[in-house]
Design a protein around this ligand. Structure first.
Ligand SMILES: [Zn+2]
Ligand SMILES: [Zn+2]
Length: 542
């Protein structure tokens, strides 16, 4: 059998594997590629996945980086089944509709701009129509209830402890006379999360496809994280400013509300500090959580049985409409605003950042992973200004990065989960991580367990046969076409020279026009400075 790595290879987003065996083709996950424009271009090129030839999908969970391309596949002719757990199916419906809405809005905005420049209309990546066409293809399967999509292929979903309904996929394939077991970790949850169970232990596999988001570091503990959140609240409350929390609509938001609920019980959340949940998606996701309390861990279940609702607060207000959302920014005085998206790349959070980033006394609290190239990552990395709505906004608010709320296992926790495997010949493929984090984790795994570890690249193919040497084929030219730095820099230089040659023409312009041109060149200088300072940094920041 052969496996192809279609995303989340040496990067965090775009999770998707295509597995080919005995003339059949199936896929595990189909995440959206997120981050830099170069990475996002991959979303448009789904023909390389050959959607019509995929017989079915197994979806690990409802995060967009694991399911966000499903409607695009349906649009391109995929007609098979989509297997997933009941909560994931419900969450997928709202997540994908929301994603389509964002795609439609973006295309509309780009079309307007293009028309002004005399260019063509822009089509959205997919529409809400495409999403609805995917709904009838869903087929739900419970945890620990193995099923056989084809004779000789058995699938089982196990609790990944990551978000509501998230799965680890176990797959048994009989090929010729051999049986192999493949395990796809999906995203492995951080143990001791407030709502969901811990990740299920697995003892045997021939091949393991393991996430490595936090492969090079541990999280702070839960207690420290709660204290840090309380510190942000106290800091901004005392200064009459807002606490802005960019959060993913699913799980992070509910865990943050739960944490605020705990702080309120301890008297560490001022009763007169309103909390806004400003994300229609998060509001709907919270309803789905309430519907599936049987999927929670014991502690959360007990609270619900006692009649205590950890997903509510007396001062919690839901803002559904755009008007209500905009009104938050007209309210003076302290408040907490939880809004999506979690990496501040889309959605209402960008408005709240525009209104608060520059305010001394405000706090911005990041509770999830910030991928390279995103606005969230730029703020976490300490940029002094970030671009929002075509404006450079100064960063004066206090920035908190509280990774103890992460939905992902930290390095030590991944190692602990791996410790359950008792297959000496286990072959591990590290996915869903930045390369440096993956290398650190690979070294640690080899040292600790002696398992074989590889870090596949984008579009790489591996031929799997239990007990045999792994055969790998990479396509670096397709996966990462080289940047022609020499000609790019030469072109920039020649433009500068041409500009110098026109100095007298610049000087002959009316004064106001000269100042405008000056500003544009200063803007250019600013970008060049940013690039230079990024290159000058000794180690990449977080
Ligand atoms: Zn996830
Ligand atoms: Zn993920």
């Amino acid at each position: 059998m052969k496996i192809k790595f279609m995303g989340a290879a040496r990067t965090v987003t775009g999770s998707c594997y295509i597995l080919e065996t005995q003339g059949h083709r199936l896929a595990i996950d189909c995440g959206m590629h997120q981050g830099s424009p170069e990475i996002e271009k991959r979303n448009w090129d789904v023909d390389i996945y050959e959607p019509r030839k995929i017989e079915f999908f197994l979806i690990t969970h409802a995060h967009i980086d694991h399911c966000g391309l499903l409607p695009r596949f349906v649009q391109k002719g995929f007609q098979g089944r989509i297997y997933t757990t009941p909560p994931t199916r419900d969450l997928l419906e709202i997540m994908l509709l929301d994603s389509a809405h964002i795609q439609e809005m973006e295309a509309q905005w780009k079309s307007k701009r293009n028309l002004r420049h005399g260019e063509k209309h822009t089509q959205p990546l997919y529409t809400q129509e495409d999403v609805r066409a995917a709904f009838p293809l869903f087929e739900i399967k419970a945890y620990n209830a193995p099923f056989e999509p084809w004779p000789g292929l058995k699938v089982n979903f196990k609790d990944a402890g990551h978000i509501l309904g998230a799965s680890i996929v176990e797959l048994w394939i009989a090929e010729d006379r051999f049986q192999s077991k493949l395990v796809f970790s999906g995203d492995v949850g951080r143990p001791a999360q407030l709502l969901v169970e811990d990740a299920s232990p697995i003892r045997a596999a021939d091949f393991l496809f393991l996430e490595s988001t936090y492969g090079d570091r541990d999280h702070k503990n839960e207690e420290d994280s709660l204290n840090e959140l309380a510190e942000a609240i106290a800091y901004s409350y005392a200064r009459g400013e807002k606490v802005i929390i960019p959060a993913f609509a699913v799980e992070r938001t509910q865990e943050v509300i739960y944490s605020l609920h705990l702080l309120a019980k301890e008297g560490r959340l001022p009763a007169d500090m309103p909390v806004f949940l400003d994300s229609p998606l998060a509001i709907r996701a919270t309803e789905i959580f309430r519907h599936y309390t049987e999927y929670f861990d014991e502690a959360a279940k007990r609270l619900f049985q006692k009649g205590e609702d950890p997903l509510s607060l007396p001062q919690l207000r839901f803002t559904e409409t755009t008007e209500e959302s905009m009104a938050i920014n007209r309210i003076s005085g302290p408040a907490i605003v939880i809004s999506a998206s979690g990496m501040a790349d889309a959605g209402r959070i960008r408005h709240h950042l525009r209104h608060n980033l520059w305010r001394e006394g405000a706090s911005i609290v990041f509770v999830g992973f910030q991928a390279q190239g995103t606005t969230g990552r730029k703020i976490v990395d300490g940029m002094e200004r970030v671009r929002l709505f075509h404006e450079d906004i100064a960063v004066k608010a206090r920035i908190f990065t509280i990774n103890g709320f992460s939905a992902h296992a930290g390095q030590t926790q991944i190692i602990e989960w791996l410790g359950h495997f008792q297959s000496p010949h286990l072959q591990i493929f590290l996915v869903h991580g930045e390369f440096s984090a993956q290398q650190a984790l690979a070294d640690l795994i080899q040292h600790r367990f002696g398992f074989k570890v590889v870090i596949p690249d984008y579009l790489e193919e591996a031929t799997l046969q239990a007990g045999e040497e792994l055969k790998r084929a990479a396509y670096p030219e397709k996966a990462a076409p080289p940047v022609d730095w020499l000609s790019l820099l030469a072109e920039t230089e020649s433009k500068m020279a041409a500009l110098r040659g026109r100095k007298s023409r610049l000087e002959s312009k009316p004064w106001l026009e000269q100042t405008e041109l000056k500003d544009r060149i200063l803007e250019l200088n600013r970008s060049l400075n940013e690039i230079l300072s990024e290159l000058g940094r000794s180690a990449p920041g977080r």
